[in-house]
Ligand binder design. Structure first.
Ligand SMILES: Nc1ncnc2c1ncn2[C@@H]1O[C@H](COP(=O)(O)OP(=O)(O)OP(=O)(O)O)[C@@H](O)[C@H]1O
Ligand SMILES: [Mg+2]
Length: 259
């Protein structure tokens, strides 16, 4: 926020759901030392849908894992809402993840013996939290699985299974959802269903989503794209379209080859 911002603009400025400041992650030492994150500073606005793109090995998953408290970082700071992650004990981190963070992975990670609805409410059940019925109905209404809620994962298509996984991430009304290539295992039609649901969860339900993707079309569902390369934020794009994302990716490609 610039210093000259008035009280009014500050009031209307979107708040930040998660923030990394100088976030650094080093794996290994000596010859195997890899700087996966090299002082990354980035903010994810509340109620926004952000895509993260970048070449393989650029640190996208590491950034998510460190910001979500799934992995410890080497330096800098990461916050979820007002909570600083560095210095939290394991038990506090587990609680933070449970209460404030939703995850969606490339592989759907549903429990095969539970039906769709049971999978959606499982994290709440484990945490001993009562689902907010109104919220749950809203999610179930948005996910577009009416008539399929009593089906097991094996009776659902890939896109339907991933929508169950997104609904599960939403069930606890988290501060933020991190999705790592959620459409990576899906054909384009099923992918579009999942992306539509993620977008609706932001636009209609006011949730905050950060999604890693390699696909310019998937990225175009987001409000903003953040580009990573070699563990650094190199660029960002607002109101992306598949074309503007592709153009930006080509630009990096050329830079990479000429430097
Ligand atoms: N557990 C680990 N031990 C050592 N190095 C690791 C580990 N995890 C990741 N790395 C390294 O850190 C760097 C960033 O990896 P990361 O998985 O974050 O990349 P990514 O952008 O998600 O790539 P992809 O698009 O292939 O998923 C890579 O060089 C990777 O080899
Ligand atoms: Mg990755």
């Amino acid at each position: 926020m610039p210093q000259h911002a008035t009280a009014t603009t500050r009031l209307h400025a979107p708040s930040v759901a998660a923030r990394a400041t100088g976030l650094t992650k080093v794996y290994g030492e000596g010859e195997t030392r890899v700087v996966a994150l090299d002082a990354v500073t980035v903010e994810f606005g509340r109620g926004r849908f952000t895509a993260i793109m970048g070449p393989s090995g650029s640190g996208k998953s590491t950034l998510m894992h460190c910001m979500a408290g799934l992995d410890v970082f080497s330096g800098g700071s990461a916050r979820i809402g007002d909570t600083e992650l560095s210095g939290l004990k394991d038990r506090q981190l587990t609680r933070l993840r449970r209460e404030k963070i939703g995850f969606v992975f490339q592989s759907f990670n549903l429990l095969p013996t539970l039906d769709a609805l049971e999978n959606i409410t499982l994290p709440l059940d484990i945490a001993g939290r009562k689902p907010d019925q109104e919220w749950l109905e809203l999610i179930v209404g948005t996910v577009g699985l009416a008539g399929r809620l009593r089906h097991r994962p094996s009776q659902l298509s890939g896109g339907q299974q991933q929508r169950v996984a997104v609904a599960r991430a939403l069930a606890g009304r988290p501060e933020i959802i991190f999705a790592d290539e959620p459409t990576g295992n899906l054909d384009s039609r099923s992918g579009a269903e999942v992306l539509g649901f993620l977008r609706d969860s932001v636009r209609e339900l006011g949730q905050t989503v950060v999604m890693v993707t390699h696909d310019p079309v998937a990225a175009s569902y987001a409000d903003r794209v953040v580009f990573l390369a070699d563990g650094r934020v190199t660029d960002e794009l607002l109101a992306p379209t598949p074309e503007t994302v592709l153009d930006r990716m080509r630009l990096f490609d050329t830079k990479g080859r000429t430097s």
